[in-house]
Design a protein around this ligand. Structure first.
Ligand SMILES: [Zn+2]
Length: 327
């Protein structure tokens, strides 16, 4: 079964297609891995249907190539052996889509910049150029660092959060008070009894205490994990007040929810979120196509029903509102 078919099968078993609480979707790639999009007008329709009043939007910093040796064009980065390459035009797609909206609709989106090679010590040039070109940006990300198969398929130096090329990017974000969202696996696919790449994240959190860092999926990815993983998240949140996390994508289904208990969220994660209501956020992590938005966001209803009303309001809406939408 292809990855997309597996995702669709999962959605087919999901009956609800609307969030019980008003939500800000803080993790939305408006393009797919071929850099195509259904467009923000289509997204707005799905947001209305799903009870999502705002979204944090960005492109994808890489494009999947259709290689001459592959008989069919790919759709997803995992579809075949073809590599991915950095694609700066993704930020132009986001700007073009955003600027075509009415002023009223624009207020529902926070666009972010991501279209640079995070191992190029001149990446800051692209960021400054795009930031100054359009007066619309509310943050930087999602940067794809330490991303298992996607890193392997990207024909470049391995991207990692403690790369020298990112230091001017961190300073840029601090100077303008822009949040930075990163994907950085906590460890490799092969090692799960200790966390090989955690020190890279800790290095940056320690060195840049004023950086508003959002760690996508709490460092989890496909085939990435570890026993009692909530303890890693707990320890980091305790140690670094500048860190926030999202529970978008596979971390929710594979780590937070328990397959042996009707796929309900595990008690230790519910407690962790309840103890840190201002640090967690929810998102869809869709890429370019939005038909499954309602079902993707309605997955969180079972979590919402296990949390106090004030915590639900914070993780569903308030935290993202504060980070990306309040002036
Ligand atoms: Zn993402």
């Amino acid at each position: 079964m292809s990855h997309m078919a597996a995702i669709e099968k999962k959605h087919a078993t999901q009956t609800e297609d609307r969030a019980h609480e008003p939500v800000i979707d803080m993790h939305m790639h408006i393009v797919d891995f071929l850099q195509k999009t259904d467009g923000l007008s289509a997204l707005l329709k799905q947001m209305d249907a799903a009870n999502i009043d705002k979204s944090v939007i960005f492109g994808l910093p890489v494009k999947k190539k259709w290689e001459s040796f592959e008989p069919h064009p790919p759709f997803y980065y995992l579809d075949d052996n073809a590599p991915c390459y950095y694609y700066g035009l993704t930020d132009e797609v986001v700007a073009e889509q955003y600027l075509a909206l009415s002023k009223q609709d624009q207020k529902r989106f926070a666009p972010m910049i991501c279209g640079f090679n995070p191992t190029d010590c001149l990446a800051i040039d692209h960021l400054e150029y795009i930031y100054n070109k359009y007066p619309i940006w509310k943050g930087v990300g999602e940067l794809l660092l330490r991303h298992d198969d996607l890193t392997n398929l990207t024909m470049e130096e391995v991207a990692r959060i403690n790369h020298k090329a990112l230091e001017p990017i961190f300073q840029f974000c601090i100077d303008r008070q822009l949040p930075l969202m990163i994907h950085q696996n906590v460890t490799s696919v092969g090692i799960h009894d200790h966390f090989e790449y955690l020190h890279e994240l800790r290095h940056v959190l320690t060195g840049f205490p004023k950086l508003n860092l959002v760690w996508a999926h709490c460092g989890i990815s496909r085939r990435i994990g570890g026993k009692d993983y909530f303890k890693v998240t707990d320890a980091l949140l305790n140690e670094f007040s500048n860190l926030k996390v999202d529970i978008a994508w596979v971390v929710f289904d594979d780590v937070i929810c328990d397959p042996d208990n009707n796929d309900l969220p595990k008690a230790e994660w519910v407690q962790l979120i309840e103890e840190n209501p201002n640090r967690f956020m929810v998102g869809s992590d869709l890429c370019g196509h939005f038909d499954s938005l309602g079902k993707t966001i309605a997955r969180y209803n079972k979590l919402f029903s296990m949390l106090s009303p004030t915590t639900v309001a914070a993780i569903a809406h308030g935290n993202a509102q504060q980070l990306w939408f309040d002036d």
